[in-house]
Design a binder for this molecule. Structure first.
Ligand SMILES: [Zn+2]
Length: 183
């Protein structure tokens, strides 16, 4: 499905060596991220090209005091998402810290301290950009939308379904008004 991209590395060796990786990656190279963003629907400004910006990353592979293989770092980017109410652009800044404990088997996740997220290393090795991509995917809200006061879709009823259900807006009251308009 996805073609190999950057070089796969041996993360265990990288941790023993204290490898430090930093750089910039075009978001369009991150296939899962791109499809997640496209899956939200095409924005009006998306037709003219693939200028989706880039992400800056900084990853330090090291062994911690207990000899655990860990990755610390951060990812910064600005994702251009599609507002699910008005289909306008949402600039979603991401500034995520990474703190991962590398594991070789799922069961080892339970042994990690709370401040480390588990990252399962498969036999094929590790693509550092996958770490970057995963952090960015986590930053995408399930239903991206502008704050209510700055969204273009201001018509009441649209987009008012999830946040702060006020007692006066009873669902049956909405039904009633729908019936009325149909008659
Ligand atoms: Zn909007």
């Amino acid at each position: 499905m996805s073609q190999p991209r950057t070089e796969l590395m041996d993360p265990w060796r990288a941790c023993r060596r204290g490898t430090h990786l930093s750089g910039e990656v075009s978001l369009s190279r991150l296939a899962r991220l791109s499809s997640a963003i496209l899956g939200l629907g095409k924005r009006a400004d998306q037709s003219r090209g693939d200028d989706e910006g880039s992400a800056l990353y900084d990853l330090r592979f090291q062994l911690d005091a207990e000899g655990r293989a860990v990755v610390h770092g951060h990812v910064r980017a600005c994702l251009r998402l599609t507002c699910q109410c008005c289909l306008g652009v949402i600039e979603q800044p991401v500034d995520a810290r990474i703190a991962l404990g590398l594991i070789a088997q799922d069961a080892q996740a339970a042994q990690l301290p709370d401040d480390l997220d588990p990252w399962l290393v498969t036999a094929r090795g590790l693509d550092p950009l996958e770490l970057v991509e995963e952090e960015l995917l986590l930053a995408i809200p399930q239903i991206p939308r502008h704050p209510r006061d700055s969204c273009q879709a201001e018509s009441p009823g649209r987009g008012a379904d999830t946040s702060e259900p006020s007692p006066s807006r009873h669902p049956f009251a909405v039904l009633g008004s729908l019936r009325k308009t149909r008659d």
